[in-house]
Design a protein around this ligand. Structure first.
Ligand code: SF4
Ligand code: SF4
Length: 381
């Protein structure tokens, strides 16, 4: 009989446990998780096989596994696991590790993996905006009506910094997606000749799954997470539309000699959309944070990646709302420092995006499109 030699990567197991999969050793392979998962394909289902690969430290199999992206972390399997092995969290931990290995430079992924490095991530934007404040007003609070542009001129500081950060993020995502596709191919998944084209599959995924959050609805055990995720998603969509309109109106307006200037009046439709987006974000954050705080620790764990993302989005929402309220209430001594913190928190979300949990929005979306191309489908699809 042929013998199969298994060469476990012990370091990988330790890293996986540290990334949120500490319960993986409890699994005794009953397969309940694969049976109850509403998204798992009938053929070669997940997450039981990932649990045994993780226990054996089969890093090569796990890093190339498309199924970790098909999981939507609904927690159904973790709720019903008789051993408290939290398979949903183990898959989430595998995704956390994938953010680190897909996106380069890897050092940022390392900084995103532990609270130990949080001061570095905070210090980078804090120093940049501190220097700008020093240049514009000598670190003092300007006189007259509150206009954040007096301290942080949009045209010369905020737009170029965030423009460069956005280009950096786009380039990083493009190379990371290339790495992701290479890893799928290494696992033997290649689209057949009659497979739909990637862009068609991608548009179908966005239309049929992302916009409707259909796969989240398939998970019945965690309705609060579905609602919270939906609010946060549409909050970001609204704020993304507002940012795009303001950027195009401001810079595109140069061409026609009629630029859009901020701050906008409270009754401007763009401002109304921004405020609706901010409220949606706050509602979604409240739901998700409450769910995380009330979670049964014997069934699920909340990793540092979860708390980092929640913390940064909370910081953006609170400092953004306070910046507006303090400006309206004309309290310059607080308004400018709060706006400074707001810029830092926005930078911490945007510039480190490809290594954060929010990156699943990009990686999972393209993985779902690839899964359609290779015919990896869930039940009933
Ligand atoms: S993770 Fe839990 S439900 Fe899944 S195979 Fe292991 S013990 Fe069974
Ligand atoms: S968390 Fe939900 S989607 Fe992910 S494996 Fe478990 S049951 Fe399936």
């Amino acid at each position: 009989m042929a013998r199969l030699k298994i060469d476990p990567d012990v370091q990988f197991i330790k890293e996986l446990q540290a990334a949120g999969g500490e319960s993986l050793k409890k699994c005794y392979q009953c397969a309940t998780c694969s049976v109850v998962c509403p998204l798992s394909p009938e053929e070669n289902p997940f997450p039981r096989k990932e649990m045994i690969w993780a226990q054996w430290g089969l890093k090569d199999k796990l890093v190339n596994d498309i199924d970790i992206w098909l999981c939507h972390n609904c927690g159904e399997c973790s709720d019903l696991c008789p051993r408290g092995a939290s398979p949903g969290d183990v898959l989430a931990a595998l995704r956390n590790m994938a953010y680190r290995s897909l996106a380069k430079p890897a050092i940022i992924g390392k900084w995103m993996s532990s609270s130990r490095y949080l001061p570095i991530l905070f210090a980078i934007p804090a120093i940049i905006y501190f220097i700008i404040w020093g240049f514009t007003t000598g670190l003092s609070i300007p006189d007259g009506p509150i206009e954040y542009g007096k301290v942080f001129p949009g045209d010369y500081t905020i737009d170029p910094i965030f423009g460069l950060a956005a280009l950096f993020v786009l380039f990083t995502f493009a190379t990371a997606i290339g790495n992701l596709f290479r890893s799928f191919k290494e696992s033997g998944l290649t689209p057949g000749e009659d497979a739909p084209g990637f862009w068609k599959a991608l548009i179908d995924v966005i239309k049929e799954e992302i916009i409707t959050h259909k796969k989240f609805q398939d998970c019945v055990s965690n309705a609060e997470r579905y609602k919270g995720h939906l609010y946060i998603f549409y909050g970001f969509v609204a704020l993304g539309i507002v940012t795009s309109i303001v950027a195009v109106g401001h810079w595109g307006g140069l061409l026609i000699g009629h630029q859009l200037h901020t701050p906008l009046s409270l009754w401007n439709p763009i401002k109304i959309l921004a405020n609706i987006g901010a409220i949606a974000l706050l509602v979604g954050l409240t739901l998700i944070t409450r769910m995380r705080l009330n979670a049964d620790p014997s069934k699920t764990t909340t990793s540092y990646y979860d708390w980092y993302l929640l913390g940064v989005i909370w910081a953006i929402a609170i400092t953004g709302t306070l910046s507006e309220l303090l400006r309206l209430a004309n309290v310059p001594g607080l308004a400018y420092p709060v706006y400074y913190l707001h810029l830092i928190s926005v930078f911490m979300m945007i510039a480190y995006l490809p290594w954060s949990k929010l990156a699943h929005l990009v990686y999972r979306t393209v993985a779902l499109a690839y899964a359609r191309q290779v015919g990896r489908k869930g039940p009933g699809e």
